[in-house]
Design a protein around this ligand. Structure first.
Ligand code: NAG
Ligand code: NAG
Ligand code: NAG
Ligand code: NAG
Ligand code: ZN
Length: 960
């Protein structure tokens, strides 16, 4: 699955002008911008989102009844399902409910004697008594009783006698379920076309909602073959994992319908099933195999919005066939864009579902960030078609390997279709740096969880976090680098070949990689497993310290808050086997391994003209610190000969310095000094690293006297960048390179937000031109998010209503998203309060977008307190609507509280936790605790740093 939406990590800028009361200045708020800039960020949680502690097993009274256990007993194994489903796209005239009816026959084998059948079923009503027949010669025992165990989501069938080991049985059920708009299981999505409401029936099964569509053994290791049949209104199209092999018009219960029968699937897990009935249009590739089709609303297909996805899918598929040395396992690959979808995308085998913004592209109106998001999410989901779908992890505790892997190779896949983008480098900003911020908390957790710790659906949902995705991707990238790509892919290929159509645990991959290491004679200081255990079984990562005077090199668990207490024990004492790529000035040296806590490496001693730089290209998952002399030489090199330092490492120096300062390992002024050379920097990655880190300063200080001098300093630094892009593009054009385009947006955003008049005038003019002629938007797609946000912040009801109107009528989902985010930039409280109310009305803001909209509003310094009041007042409702989802709920809690930095706010937060303990926090339970931990740390940080930061900015701004 790909993450649903992205919340800005650069939200701090929101506060820039408003906080200081300089209301007249146009502000380019970054709320929107970040959605814009993509970096495929929408895939990832923000730096401050969830880090989960090992979830605890339920505290309710223990029961030994099998139906009170969250895991299926090991008594039955499904082999084959025949499923018929009939979604009704019109509400029932008497009840007003949208429903589906269905029947399912599952053939299973008894592998342990039992008189119980437990099969997952949730929110389904049985319309007939289930029946059981034997496939062998011994007749099936008759059914004694049947009931629904609601809490653990089972249909329980108690038999008169025992099932016989080795025999096969067939269980038949008939049922009705609601086709509700809850974005889970079999659900409905709606949109308006030519003034008419259209309904789509679609699915999202991962992780535990296949049981909402039909009774099934809903665990990933319970693989089976599925024969699917859909009944649907004449004129609609039915899709599923397999190819349709027959589509016949017929009559059922006096209703005219079409019956579409799908080819039997391969042996697969229930969470990868998909059923869709729609009125969509599609485009497809030529005669090549496999068949590739892109489905979407007809208007979207007709205006060419599916073309880009179709263009890139073929090349990416072929890339993975080569990478895995395995032909695409299915005859077709359908991809479909849905108006309502909770995640970013879902890798259902052969029928991948997407949010519209993750699949649909428009040459005129989509930004390069939108384009990057589409290419990377497609690559992510296609990567899963083998890794995850063909070979599946046995249980959800290993989710990190599935998602971490796809999050790593999505860059490789996208790079294949867009080789000019240098997209592989961006993993450092998007994943490595981002997850460092979370994994440096004492409340982080290891990649790997114990199987028995992950039981309930909300525990499973909580695993879809930044650690699984971004840390998983980061350590796999490191592994691939130190093994070499050739060895890594060799091991990967034998792993897939070995385990196809079955299930694994993560060490199976290590074993196959080890075989490749042994076969190729690759030189490693330890086995793959010994090295990786350190990264997988213990949380966190080291800071490696190099003393260039003594040659001493050492490692220590890096904690953002040095006062925090690590309660989680580690069998490895928080020491890692660290591969270190490094160089002395421009000379790259032999990589070394740090296998102990401390070592002396004489080659790391330097003389007065030399500097050492370690973790070249940030392929290693660790931070680096040096002796003060080496830091000074590096800062000097940035000022005088920055091209001697690779671009990625310029970003690293900034990000490491700021975080080492936060952890009180180095002085905060040393971190601030890393930004001084930026006045001569034009590359995106270092700028982005600096802005990301300065955002925290904005969050903490934009309501204080630090704000003015900070603005003056940042404005001074960005001015040359703004002028650079003025010369390059005159703002009538976009820069050529992909990351240059991102930095062009940075230049505009920050120049405007620090009040540079040339910038604010530009932006004001563009928006006014658009308001004067709504049918001809003159604003370049890349710049729209920033421009919209600035204009709405500076404007009032008129600008807001104009943008709201444009939002509602936007023909392209990503354009609507830019406007939706920009609407949160308003600075008048009544506009923000009204907007908050809209988030509770699905006719105004779709459910899939509600939490991200609330977070956008909270990120605005004016909206922050309004949102906090709103969330508290509406907690019960918000919880019931969104509490169960995988991604958005923890994001909501973190997003609303990220600015908290006073004792008063901390008390309010604790009060909120206590007041709502009865309702609960669902998948945001740990996010509440993290918010409290973060607020506590913020209070301390502000107290310690405010004076010195104020002085530094004041001095730095004076030298204007
Ligand atoms: C299932 O049964 C419950 C309880 O009788 C009822 O409230 C619900 O509407 C039924 N669902 C459907 C889809 O018929
Ligand atoms: C399942 O579908 C396949 C065709 O894909 C068909 O050959 C087979 O007979 C079906 N099995 C059953 C039990 O209907
Ligand atoms: C898709 O590919 C075609 C043929 O190469 C090209 O003309 C078209 O511009 C591409 N469309 C998009 C949106 O990339
Ligand atoms: C690719 O797979 C085939 C068949 O499994 C195998 O014979 C061949 O050696 C593999 N190629 C590489 C480069 O590993
Ligand atoms: Zn995924």
């Amino acid at each position: 699955m790909a993450k649903g939406f992205f919340i800005s990590k650069t939200l701090g800028i929101v506060g820039i002008v408003i906080g200081a009361g300089a209301v007249a200045t146009i502000i380019a708020l970054s709320v929107v911008y970040s959605q814009e800039k993509s970096q495929n960020n929408e895939l990832k949680p923000t730096s401050e989102v969830t880090t989960t502690k090992a979830p605890t097993v339920p505290t309710t009274a223990p029961s030994n009844e099998p139906w009170d256990q969250w895991r299926l007993p090991q008594t039955l194994e499904p082999e084959f399902y025949k499923v018929l489903l009939w979604p009704r796209l019109q509400p029932n005239p008497t009840t007003g409910l949208y429903i589906f009816t269905g029947s399912s026959s599952v053939v299973f084998k008894c592998v342990q004697e039992t008189d119980l059948i437990l099969i997952h079923s949730s929110k389904l009503n049985m319309t007939k008594d289930p029946t059981l027949t034997a496939h062998g010669c011994t007749p099936a025992p008759s059914i004694r009783s049947t009931w629904m165990q609601t809490k653990t989501q089972y249909l329980v069938i108690h038999l008169e006698g025992k099932l016989t080991v080795g025999e096969k049985y067939e269980l038949h059920t008939e049922f009705v379920g609601e086709l509700s708009d809850d974005l889970g299981g079999f659900y409905r999505s709606e949109y308006i076309e030519n003034g008419v409401k259209k309904v789509v029936a679609t699915t999202q099964m991962q992780p535990t909602d296949a049981r909402k569509a039909f009774p099934c053994f809903d665990e990933p290791a319970m693989k089976a073959v599925f024969n699917i049949t859909l009944l649907h209104d004449r004129g609609t199209t039915a899709l599923s994992n397999g190819k349709d092999i027959e589509s016949i018009d017929t009559e059922v219960d006096g209703v005219e319908v079409t019956r579409t029968v799908f080819d039997a699937t391969k042996k697969m897990s229930t969470y990868l099933l998909a059923f869709i009935v729609s009125n969509f249009g599609f485009i497809q590739n030529g005669d090549e195999k496999p068949l590739i089709r892109i489905f979407a609303r007809r208007a979207a297909i007709e205006s060419g919005q599916g073309d880009y996805a179709l263009n890139v899918t073929g090349p990416i598929l072929r890339f993975f066939e080569e990478y895995y040395n395995s032909t695409y396992p299915l005859p077709k690959s359908d991809q479909i864009a849905l108006p309502d979808f909770s995640a970013g995308a879902m890798e259902n085998w052969g029928l991948i579902t997407y949010r519209e913004t993750a699949l649909l592209y428009d040459e005129e109106s989509s930004s390069n960030g939108n384009k990057e998001r589409i290419a990377t999410i497609i690559a992510h989901e296609l990567a899963h078609q083998w890794f995850g779908n063909l070979v599946t992890l046995r249980w959800w505790n290993d989710l990190w390997l599935n998602e971490g892997f796809a999050s790593y190779v999505e860059y490789l896949g996208a790079n294949k279709s867009e080789p000019d983008w240098n997209i592989n480098d961006l993993i450092v900003l998007n994943d490595v740096h981002r997850v460092f911020a979370i994994d440096a908390l004492a409340s982080s957790h290891p990649l790997s969880s114990k199987e028995e710790e992950i039981q309930r659906p909300e525990q499973i949902n909580e695993l879809f976090d930044a650690i699984s995705y971004s840390k998983g991707a980061s350590v796999l990238r490191m592994l691939s680098d130190f093994l070499t790509e050739a060895v890594f892919t060799e091991g990967l290929q034998t792993y897939l070949e070995h385990f196809k159509l079955s299930n694994t645990v993560y060490t199976d991959l290590w074993d196959n990689l080890q075989m490749a290491v042994d076969k190729t004679g690759t030189n490693l200081p330890k086995t793959v497993r010994e090295i990786m255990d350190r990264w997988v079984l213990q949380m966190g990562f080291p800071v490696v310290t190099i003393n260039t005077t003594t040659g001493q090199i050492s490692q220590k668990h890096f904690l953002l808050d040095p006062d925090s207490v690590v309660e989680r024990p580690s069998q490895f004492n928080y020491e890692w086997f660290v591969p270190i790529k490094w160089r002395k000035n421009t000379v790259t040296s032999e990589p070394i391994w740090l296998l102990e806590k401390n070592a002396i490496k004489n080659e790391m001693k330097t003389n007065a003209n030399e500097w050492i730089l370690a973790n070249i290209d940030v392929v290693g998952y660790y931070r680096v610190n040096y002796d003060p002399e080496n830091w000074n030489r590096l800062l000097n090199a940035l000022q005088t000969s920055k091209d001697d330092i690779p671009i990625i490492n310029r970003a690293q120096i900034i990000d490491d310095a700021f975080n080492l300062a936060k952890a009180r390992i180095i002085d905060i002024t040393l971190a601030l000094r890393t930004t001084q050379y930026l006045s001569s920097e034009t590359e995106y990655m270092p700028w982005e690293a600096a802005l990301d880190n300065l955002d925290y300063f904005y969050l903490m200080f934009d309501r204080t006297e630090v704000y003015g001098p900070m603005q003056a300093y940042v404005g001074k630094q960005v001015k040359p960048l703004f002028e650079y892009f003025t010369t390059l593009t005159n703002w009538t054009d976009v820069a050529k390179g992909h990351t240059d385009q991102y930095n062009q947006v940075n230049a505009l955003r920050v120049a405007c937000s620090t009040g540079l008049e040339n910038c604010t005038t530009l932006v004001k003019t563009w928006f006014q031109q658009w308001m004067d002629n709504p049918n001809a938007n003159p604003i370049k797609a890349n710049l729209r998010s920033t421009v919209y946000c600035s204009a709405i912040a500076a404007g009032g009801g008129k600008e807001w209503d104009f943008a709201w109107n444009m939002f509602q009528t936007a023909a392209l989902a990503s354009e609507a998203d830019k406007l939706r985010a920009a609407l949160a930039c308003a600075t008048q409280p009544w506009l923000l309060n009204r907007y908050l109310e809209y988030t509770l009305d699905p006719n105004k803001i779709r459910k899939q977008d509600a939490t991200s909209t609330i977070i956008n509003i909270a990120s605005n310094v004016v909206g922050q307190s309004l949102t906090w009041d709103f969330v508290r007042a509406n907690w019960a409702y918000i919880f019931n609507q969104y509490g169960g989802g995988s991604f958005s709920f923890a994001n909501l809690i973190n997003g609303v509280t990220k600015r908290f930095s006073t004792e008063f706010e901390l008390q309010q937060l604790k009060q909120f936790r206590d007041d709502n303990s009865a309702i609960g926090f669902g998948s945001g339970t740990l996010a509440i605790e993290q918010s409290i931990e973060r607020t506590t740390a913020n209070i301390k940080w502000v107290a310690q740093n405010k004076e010195v930061v104020l002085k530094w900015f004041t001095d730095a701004a004076k030298t204007l």
